[in-house]
Design a protein around this ligand. Structure first.
Ligand code: MSP
Length: 526
């Protein structure tokens, strides 16, 4: 099963509801998984939630709830959000699940027995918000180097993982596996980090201070520290320690691709490889770090006012338009500025005026011919040109997607849609009297639209299904089998329906509504 596709998102902290910065990696992973399925690859798409730790314990306490009740409720809200955003995960892991607790305890016990974990004294600075310990030299002006908040001084006995002993091995591994950390500049960042001596990793908290964690089986007075618990989710879900999983752990695990944000690069590309190495497990295929959605220059986050809520945007623009915008406007690896103006503009220019308009024009032209797709006749250069553009498209799109450049893949598809609209302008079927010529033009343009929409299906699953249903086309399984030119059958019924993306006027109306999205300016245009 060489082409097994295993993609993961980070598991999200459940102490708040999802914001656009969490929706982005989940939608990106969903789109990559859907592309893999479209191509007939066996696929396993994992997401989930990170339920232990100080932040969750505190959030539950504030609501006067016990942590388990609180996480049960929050996990459900995250799942509901993903359902609404059409996230096709195969597994949703929760770190409080018995299957995961068992794996964490097993790995810890094994490492303890083999001397990879030892007891020592910890003196350090702890950032409650990030759940990270920092040493004196890590601090920036005495504050947390990650989030800039105040840190607490803590001295206590704890357990440590001998991470430092893997430093040389890890540097060598990264050098000999140049694709292990992507994009390349993130790899250089990690190598830069590894130039300083690596310290051992504190993996425990005394249960007296933090009870909401997984108890260490060799010392139940302690629970494990959040990253040691969280990272192992990826092997739990891949079937580690399970005798019979449908595709076995040995097959699935080494294919793992971790999609993460740049803020959790060190934990994934330093702690995690060292943990796996110590546990005698293979490394994942690679780690891909994306950038952040920022609002007026600052990261969109749970703790910030003006958080952008994906469901509110989905209510206004529709789920597929939101998915499209998030993927189209983020250059992989880099930060992207979120703005309602950009979202409006993508909606109007790309979705309503380009894609929606093409479908509408074609459906109306076919309706005038009796509502069934005509038979094509001889092609001219114009048809051959459009056909050549569209038949070259799938491979170009697949290559870009493979490289995480989904934004560029979408650009190519929309260029092809623009070309199809332009083709209609050039051939002016509304003026044509020759039925054979008319048939050729309508068939060619419908076929171009069909190929584009098949390639858009991973990003806009609902709209894609609507378009091919209107073109009277039955999608094959896997969908990639429908990417050859000539899939539409002359005689198939083509239907005119409501606009695929209601026009600008309505979008402008929405903008005038009092938006519940705090911190995002409602932007009525003239
Ligand atoms: N629980 C840990 C991850 C454990 S994975 C074994 C965690 N959770 S988180 O909820 O704080 O963040 C999850 C992911 O959301 C991170 O990859 C982070 O980069 C991403 N994002 C949070 N805000 C973001 C933006 N504003 N933009 C894009 N992604 C960002 O860290």
């Amino acid at each position: 099963m060489d082409d097994f596709f295993y993609i993961t998102t980070p598991i999200y902290y459940v102490n708040a509801e999802p914001h656009i910065g969490n929706a982005y990696p989940t939608i990106l992973a969903d789109v990559l998984a859907r592309f893999a399925r479209l191509r007939g690859r066996p696929t396993f798409f994992l997401t989930g939630v990170d339920e232990h730790g100080q932040k969750v314990q505190n959030a539950a306490r504030q609501l006067n709830l016990d942590p388990q009740t609180y996480v049960d409720e929050m996990a459900q809200r995250w799942q509901e959000t993903w359902k609404r955003l059409n996230i096709s995960y195969d597994d949703f892991i929760r770190t409080t699940q018995p299957r995961h607790v068992r794996v964490v305890q097993h790995v810890l016990q094994d490492l303890w027995q083999r001397g990879e974990i030892y007891r020592g004294e910890y003196a350090g600075w702890y950032c409650v918000a990030d759940e990270r310990f920092w040493t004196e030299k890590d601090l920036v002006n005495g504050l947390c180097p990650e989030c800039g908040r105040l840190v607490e001084r803590i001295v206590e006995a704890n357990y440590f993982f001998r991470m430092s002993k893997y430093q040389e091995w890890l540097v060598d591994y990264i050098h000999t596996h140049p694709d292990f950390i992507r994009p390349e500049w993130r790899r250089n960042e990690v190598l830069g980090f590894l130039r300083k001596p690596l310290e051992d990793l504190c993996i425990s908290r005394p249960a007296s201070r933090l009870s909401w964690g997984i108890p260490l089986s060799f010392d139940p007075a302690y629970v494990t520290y959040v990253w040691f618990d969280a990272l192992l989710n990826y092997v739990t879900a891949a079937g580690y320690l399970l005798k019979s999983s449908s595709a076995g752990f040995e097959t699935v695990w080494p294919k793992a691709m971790h999609l993460i944000g740049k803020d959790i690069l060190t934990t994934h590309s330093v702690y995690w490889p060292a943990m796996l190495k110590a546990a005698g497990l293979p490394q994942p295929r690679f780690i891909y770090a994306h950038g952040w959605w920022v609002l007026e220059g600052a990261k969109i986050s749970k703790s910030r006012d003006g958080t952008v809520k994906p469901l509110e945007l989905a209510d206004i623009y529709g789920v597929d338009a939101l998915r499209y915008f998030l993927l189209r406007d983020m250059t992989p690896g880099q930060d992207a500025e979120f703005s309602r103006e950009r979202l409006d503009s993508r909606y109007t220019v790309d979705l309503a005026n380009n894609l929606g308009n093409l479908l509408q024009r074609l459906a109306q032209l076919v309706a005038r011919q009796g509502g069934t797709l005509p038979q094509p006749g001889a092609e001219t250069d114009l048809e051959q040109e459009l056909r050549a553009l569209c038949t070259a498209l799938p491979q170009q799109v697949f290559d870009l997607v493979e490289d995480f450049a989904v934004n560029q893949a979408l650009e190519k598809i929309f260029d092809a849609l623009t070309a199809a609209n332009q083709y209609l302008e050039n051939t002016a079927p509304w003026k044509t009297r020759d039925p054979e010529r008319l048939g050729t033009i309508l068939y060619t343009a419908c076929e171009a639209l069909r190929l584009c929409i098949v390639l858009l299906a991973p990003v806009m699953p609902t709209k894609a299904a609507e378009v091919w249903q209107r073109l009277g086309w039955q999608p094959p399984e896997p969908l990639a089998n429908g990417l050859a030119w000539g899939g539409l059958h002359p005689g198939a019924p083509v239907s005119v329906g409501a606009p695929l993306f209601p026009r600008k006027e309505e979008v402008r109306e929405w903008n005038f509504r009092e938006l519940p999205v705090r911190g995002v300016r409602a932007t009525p245009k003239n």
